[in-house]
Design a protein around this ligand. Structure first.
Ligand SMILES: C[S@@+](CC[C@H](N)C(=O)[O-])C[C@H]1O[C@@H](n2cnc3c(N)ncnc32)[C@H](O)[C@@H]1O
Length: 995
């Protein structure tokens, strides 16, 4: 390490392109201090050097962990009071205030009776499973802890900006494009399930925050939010330039570049370990050297295990990989069949569907084959281990840079046999897989994979163990962690999960992602083959972009519990929560975490997983608690961006419900339109793709005022004014104005209702009263509602735009049908005969449970018809005089005009809308009453709009029993997918005490 002060211009660690970033300058100095071993400052303390800092905080963490064990361990749960008193007595761990401790104790009470106080607390906060020393080994406190991070409070105190209600802050929702940046080298430096690229997050952070602000991600996974926050300060000039040009084109101001601070948390220790290694600075030269030494030493130690005799009979070749084939038996003649030898067409690289038995010639396919099992003594447990049989099928090796393939000869087979006889290396994890609680357990157990070491063939086990041992032995903790971060990436690829993929050029990491799947053909790769290029890529990547200083903290805990951050302290939240039941993170992380000997505590994991007895309601409850924690720590008036892959509409409803119930107000929901490369607003729930939800925490002013005016009309309009203030005023793309969905009267009504209901306040207005009040108070343009001061801005920009683009509407139910009719009739008032054939074409996708009302009924209930008597209504008049030359300029009572206007349906103007809405509500309630009285246990066909109207009324009348009884008649799937019904139903259950 250089002693002299490095030249800033030439030193490649120096990356400050703006030259003005105070935070960055500090980070730069920090790194230099580390390099020179000079004093470092950390959370208000000064240390001689980084090692001293580490020793101090590790000591504190150790004491805290030991105290937890001594004060909570081994004690049964007797009462909430006792649990609260004991937790409050923990000195080294922030436990939260009395109220929060009570909440924790209350939930701990319901835990498994056999668990002591400590384990119940750990399950509550998502404390990982692992020995104290293993947790300490994986941590670098205070920046990263492989358990809940007790230093977060101090971090916020040292670096956060206290909430100041008088500080002006205004932002409009901002949509991120999660598909951007998937090829960036930093994104690819370490894999993780469903990563969101940092370049997708950067614009959002720049939009919502200022340099030095605090950003939180409670489902941080591999830590892309942390990388993005750093990138805001370290982005290269080319990136800055292109983003600034893009923003200017979209009407945004110039971003305020500069580092942001972060707190990142994840339930999984391996996720937070990856995040830490992405986020914390390290000495690249030292890592590069250590990595090369590591590979060379392992090659030196185990190189002979990867030698094979070249086909020339004298030269030694180096094995790249050995392909193993599963062994089956022929159902006809019972002879052994090495699957790959018979089924693989080596020329095309394809597995044949059918092939003949080499012994009896009968035609076989994979389904006809019978599995062959072998039994050995399990080297770890000493028990009999029955597992499917694999044999080496062929070897790919290198001689002087050329590659060759061969069948294993007697020496190769002997080598494999001898390695299998060696004792299991100590580094190999031997813990049992919880197969009975794993969704992929049924794929593993029948093949004999029940313990972590069962994933590795003997040679791979020795190679990985040697890599791990050496990485773990490095004296410097930061380099040690980086080496483990590097080596752990070979664990899946060197296990039996790595499929042989003949049609792929490379056999590196050819396992299926997101699932434990052991195929019938495995490529057992050498460490050099798997990791050699990876190391050089990592060095190159981190040379270009890596953490410049410690700008954030990382924790391993459950966001359902208290993260240990003060109230109202976070400036912005970006988060990518688990989306239901697609990815089982704890299960999937089990294998790598077993090597680190610190495992996810899956009890509070927010997923849907029937193997862990977690259905949709459990998922929703867990998500709600996470959002409540987000709500607690976010500053009022600030924003949260939730990116979410919508796997199932019911999951989508659940997550929205959870957000609203936690107190957030949704201001924008968008999905990426992959064809057009732009974001689309969501008008219905029928989308299964990436969604971006922008929501805000109402500011103190609103909640305080609402406390005084709640349940009154004034409360409604106060909420509405505040909400309208948060919505985008003008959205245009390529000169075309977009209708802002959230500004449409019906959606505003829904938001207002949710705001009241979730605060347990009676909604004082019916929809008709609301619409009429809206009309009196707020200006309307293009079907959108504005604040008076916003409308001037809208009008001005609207003048310069070419046209208004309406949102796409898919007619799937009565509600979308009404929207569609409204659109058609406002463009062109028309008769029943004209609109009927168009309507019939639109309803092909009508949902099967939803009763299809007659078109005439929908028209009657929602629109007005001109009978030919009196003046022609303005809307029809305007349409006719614009489109028919001969009718231009005629007075509204002219006979020709009246004749042409007769029987045309039109959209009621705002003065009449409320009357129409009231008429419609009466009709819907009549229908609802029929459902209520119906003796049927399950309603097969019904009008959701009638159920919604009925639930709303029943809720206002505090008639929760009606809501619950009618909800029980509706199919679960329909109820769970309808956010409005779920809102009433959940509240009815809670209020009536049935939840
Ligand atoms: C979709 S992933 C996040 C991936 C991340 N955006 C990235 O780029 O790597 C969701 C994460 O939520 C974590 N998780 C699940 N339940 C959690 C809980 N209760 N508290 C905190 N994290 C949780 C999972 O371990 C997983 O890493």
């Amino acid at each position: 390490m250089a002693d002299s002060k490095p030249d800033k211009r030439n030193n490649r660690l120096f990356r400050n392109t703006s030259g003005q970033d105070e935070l960055f300058e500090k980070s730069y100095e920090e790194e230099m201090e580390v390099r020179r071993g000079q004093p470092v400052e950390c959370l208000g303390l000064t240390f001689e050097n980084e090692d001293a800092r580490r020793a101090h905080f590790s000591g504190e963490l150790r004491e805290g962990l030991q105290e937890l064990h001594s004060k909570l361990g081994g004690i049964p749960y007797t009462s909430d009071d006792d649990a609260v008193a004991r937790m409050a007595a923990i000195e080294h761990w922030p436990m939260g205030d009395e109220a929060r401790l009570r909440g924790v104790a209350e939930r701990m009470r319901h835990a498994d009776k056999s668990k002591d106080l400590l384990q119940r607390w750990k399950d509550e906060v998502g404390f990982p499973h692992g020995e104290i020393e293993d947790i300490l080994n994986l941590s670098d406190p205070p920046w990263h802890t492989a358990c809940p991070n007790p230093f977060l409070d101090a971090f916020v105190e040292a670096h956060g900006k206290p909430y100041d209600p008088d500080e002006p802050y205004r932002r409009k929702p901002f949509a991120v494009d999660v598909s951007v940046g998937k090829t960036h080298a930093i994104y690819r430096a370490h894999g993780y399930h469903t990563k969101v690229p940092h370049l997708a997050i950067v614009p959002s952070i720049l939009h919502y925050t200022e340099p030095g602000d605090l950003v939180l991600d409670g489902f941080a996974g591999s830590g892309m939010t942390g990388v993005a926050a750093q990138w805001c300060g370290t982005a290269p000039a080319s990136y800055r330039k292109s983003l600034e040009a893009q923003w200017s084109g979209e009407g945004f101001g110039k971003p305020n570049w500069g580092l942001r601070r972060t707190i990142q948390n994840d339930l999984s220790p391996i996720a937070s370990f990856i995040a830490a290694n992405y986020s914390l600075p390290f000495d690249l030269d030292a890592f590069a050297e250590a990595g090369r030494t590591l590979l060379a030493e392992v090659e030196n130690e185990l190189g002979r295990m990867y030698e094979t005799l070249h086909i020339d009979g004298k030269t030694k070749g180096r094995i790249d990989y050995t392909v193993w084939s599963e062994v089956f038996s022929c159902p006809e003649c019972a002879s052994e069949i090495e699957f790959l030898n018979e089924a693989l067409d080596r020329t095309s690289g394809r597995v044949r569907d059918t092939f003949p038995c080499p012994n009896c010639d009968v035609e076989l396919d994979k389904d006809k084959l019978e599995r062959v099992f072998e039994s050995d003594v399990d080297a770890a447990t000493g028990d009999v281990w029955k597992h499917v049989a694999f044999r080496p099928s062929f070897i790919r090796y290198t001689v002087d840079g050329d590659t060759f393939e061969k069948q294993p000869d007697a020496d190769d087979r002997e080598l494999v046999r001898r390695i299998a006889g060696l004792p299991l290396p100590a580094e190999i994890p031997t813990n049992r897989l919880p197969v009975e609680n794993m969704s992929h357990g049924s794929r593993l157990a029948p093949k004999g994979v029940n313990f972590a070491h069962h994933f590795f063939l003997p040679r791979a086990a020795h190679a990985l163990a040697a890599l791990w041992r050496r990485a773990n032995a490095h004296a410097n903790l930061r380099i040690r962690h980086m080496l483990l971060y590097f080596v752990e990436q070979a664990i899946w690829g060197m296990s039996i999960l790595a499929r042989y993929a003949p049609t792929h050029y490379s056999q590196v990491n050819q396992h299926l992602s997101g699932v434990y799947y052991v195929g019938s053909q495995i490529s057992e790769v050498s460490p050099r083959y798997n990791l050699g290029n990876k190391l050089s890529r990592l060095i190159k990547t981190f040379d270009r972009a890596r953490a410049q200083g410690t700008s954030g903290c990382i924790a391993t805990a459950s966001t359902t519990a208290s993260l240990g951050i003060p109230d109202n302290s976070v400036d912005y939240i970006f988060t990518d929560p688990p989306f239901g039941e697609n990815i089982y993170y704890a299960d999937l992380n089990f294998l790598v975490e077993s090597w680190h000997r610190v495992l996810t505590n899956a009890v509070p994991e927010a997923i849907v997983d029937r193997f862990k007895n977690k259905g949709l309601p459990e998922y929703q409850r867990l998500m709600q608690r996470c959002f409540e924690e987000y709500q607690r720590v976010l500053k009022p008036g600030r924003w949260i961006t939730v990116v979410f892959h919508n796997s199932r509409n019911a999951v989508w409803t659940a997550i929205q419900e959870a957000m609203l119930a936690a107190g957030f107000v949704v201001a924008d929901v968008r999905t990426m339109d992959k064809r057009q490369g732009s974001y689309r607003q969501i008008t219905s729930t029928a989308v299964k793709q990436d969604l971006v939800i922008s929501a805000y925490k109402p500011n103190d002013g609103l909640d305080a005022r609402f406390a005084l005016t709640k349940g009154t009309e004034e409360g409604v309009w106060d909420f509405l004014r505040t909400h309208l203030g948060q919505l985008p005023v003008f959205v245009a793309r390529d000169g075309r104005v977009e209708v802002v969905n959230e500004r449409q009267p019906h959606l505003l009504f829904d938001r207002m209702v949710a705001f009241h209901v979730l605060r347990n306040v009676t909604v004082p207005l019916s929809i008709g009263e609301f619409l009429s009040g809206l009309n009196q108070r707020f200006p309307e343009r293009d079907g959108m509602i504005f604040l008076p001061d916003q409308v001037a801005e809208y009008d001005k920009k609207r003048l310069a735009a070419e046209e208004v683009v309406q949102l796409e509407i898919f007619v799937v139910d009565e509600s979308s049908a009404i929207q569609w009719l409204k659109r058609q009739l406002s463009r062109k008032p028309q008769s029943f005969q004209d609109i009927h054939p168009q309507f019939i074409r639109e309803i092909a996708g009508w949902q099967k449970h939803e009763k299809l009302p007659e078109l005439s009924e929908m028209l009657e209930q929602n629109f007005l018809c001109y009978t030919g008597a009196g003046d022609v209504p303005s809307q029809i008049h305007a349409y006719l005089s614009t489109n028919f030359k001969e009718l231009r300029g005629l007075p509204k009572d002219h006979a020709a005009l009246r004749a042409k206007a007769k029987d045309r349906w039109y959209v009621p103007d705002p003065n009449k809308a409320a009357d129409v809405e009231m008429r419609r509500t009466r009709a819907l309630l009549r229908e609802f009453e029929e459902y209520r009285q119906s003796p049927q246990k399950r309603l097969k066909l019904f009008r959701l709009e009638a159920v919604r109207a009925g639930f709303f009324k029943a809720y206002r009348d505090q008639d929760y029993g009606t809501i619950i009884s009618v909800a029980e008649k509706i199919p679960d799937a329909v109820l769970q997918e309808d956010q409005k019904l779920m809102l009433w139903y959940d509240q009815a259950l809670t209020r009536s005490g049935a939840a």
